[in-house]
Design a protein around this ligand. Structure first.
Ligand code: OGA
Ligand code: MN
Length: 207
């Protein structure tokens, strides 16, 4: 069933991308990256927090997103190419994925933006869409998780609310990737009991 894995193997586009993203509006993929790359990225994310580079995440776009811990409590640092070899590998994977999505789904995705995110124990992100009122370029959201040995009692699931049907909970287990349509899929991060690491990113159309 793996349709898109960079875990040692070649990326193979499969019907599950189309089925997932187009029909259901979301999909989940295990082993999206290797355990080694996941560990390197997790270490970098923690290092970034320790050295004070992660900032409280704001709500909204524009010059001064507002800190609103009652809405979202994560800390983030935006990724840039050349930051580290691990991040560059991750960004190369996402470039491959961008081309694949355009080839398979004709989405016209032109850019990718992403950040490390760290949720300290107790943090959460209330239900939201990933598209801003004044900026509709974000088209596909992708979250990659970096946490080994995640247990149900740790909470912190990504909860998706598809239009039709039950909600879906995705635990933030290392190597797992969740992808969904940014402007359509209502989603939230349930309160976490354990430090929760991820990279959240968005494929954008040109404005
Ligand atoms: C976000 C988001 C989900 C997650 O950063 O916008 O919804 O599982 N993240 O971390
Ligand atoms: Mn979101």
């Amino acid at each position: 069933m793996p349709a898109i894995s960079f875990d040692g193997a070649l990326a193979v586009p499969g019907p599950s991308i189309v089925d997932g993203l187009c029909h259901a509006g979301w999909l989940m993929q295990e082993h999206f990256i290797s355990p080694e790359l996941s560990r390197q990225l997790a270490a970098e994310c923690v290092q970034s927090m320790l050295s004070g580079k992660m900032k409280g995440a704001g709500v909204g776009s524009g010059h001064a997103p507002l800190l609103q811990p009652d809405i979202r409590g994560d800390h983030i640092e935006w990724l840039e190419t050349g930051r580290s070899s691990a991040c560059d590998r991750y960004l190369e994977h996402m470039e491959t994925l961008r081309r694949m999505l355009n080839r398979e789904l004709f989405l016209g995705l032109e850019e990718y933006e992403s950040h490390f995110a760290l949720y300290a124990p107790g943090a959460f992100y209330r239900a939201h869409l990933d598209r801003f009122r004044d900026d509709d370029k974000r088209t596909v959201s992708v979250v990659l998780y970096l946490n080994d040995d995640w247990l149900p009692e740790h909470g912190g699931a990504l909860r998706l609310h598809p239009h039709d049907g039950e909600h879906v909970d995705i635990a933030p287990q290392a190597g797992r990737m969740a992808m969904f349509m940014s402007g359509e899929m209502l989603h939230e991060v349930l309160p976490t009991a354990r430090e929760r690491l991820s990279i959240a990113g968005w494929f954008r159309r040109r404005g």
